[in-house]
Ligand binder design. Structure first.
Ligand code: FES
Length: 201
């Protein structure tokens, strides 16, 4: 009876020792896998949020920064450009961005200006037709492609047009408004692209 107990104890010990050795082996073997699952520093940097000061972007100007290899248009919209937005509604495919374009922006940017602060547009500058980068044509004056142009974007590839909030006009090949990425304000004049505002997350 006594031997049984001792044997039993030894067996348990041996089992435990084996388990520990096995455990170490397993951990050692697992390290290369874990390493390969971790994104490389470069991949991390490519997907990381981008912080951008707005200080040097003058009224009516556009700055393009790169986030996840995508061009991000940041525009300091003028009062006139903003004032022209509501008047465009009848000419647009989805002016309220609540139909075919309801997934094209976060909820906090689902408004007339498609932004957190009306004056600052932050948008992925990719045409929703076949992915060209539309040209910023900010001036409100007759253009060859629109005699009543109120500022916005013109895609040189197949002539799609968008207004100053990236909302697509009717009768062009692009089906949807351009995409607004997640972003928030770090302070009054600094945005971070790739991260939602705290209250939205
Ligand atoms: S890619 Fe812009 S209109 Fe075709």
């Amino acid at each position: 009876m006594g031997n049984e107990v001792v044997d039993h104890g030894r067996r348990r010990f041996l089992t435990a020792a084996t388990a520990v050795v096995g455990g170490v082996g397993v951990v050692a073997a697992a390290v290369p896998f874990i390493k390969s699952w971790e994104p490389s520093a470069r991949a991390k940097a490519a997907g990381a949020p981008v912080t951008q000061s707005l200080k040097k972007i003058e009224l009516g100007q556009q700055l393009i920064v790169s986030w996840r290899s995508l061009p991000i248009f940041i525009v300091n919209r003028t009062k006139q450009q903003l004032a022209a937005l509501p008047g465009q509604d009848p000419r647009l495919v989805d002016p309220k961005s609540d139909g075919s374009s309801s997934a094209q922006q976060p909820k906090y940017a689902q408004n007339e200006a498609r932004s957190i602060k009306p004056e600052w547009l932050v948008m992925i500058g990719i045409c929703t037709h076949l992915g060209c980068v539309p040209t910023y044509v900010g001036e409100m004056k007759p253009e060859p492609f629109d005699p009543n142009w109120q500022g916005g974007y013109y895609c040189p590839c197949h002539h799609s047009r968008y207004d100053m909030a990236g909302r697509v006009y009717k009768d062009v090949p692009a089906p949807k408004n351009m995409v607004i990425p997640p972003y928030h304000y770090v302070d009054d004049m600094t945005v971070q692209i790739g991260v939602n505002p705290k209250e939205a997350s």
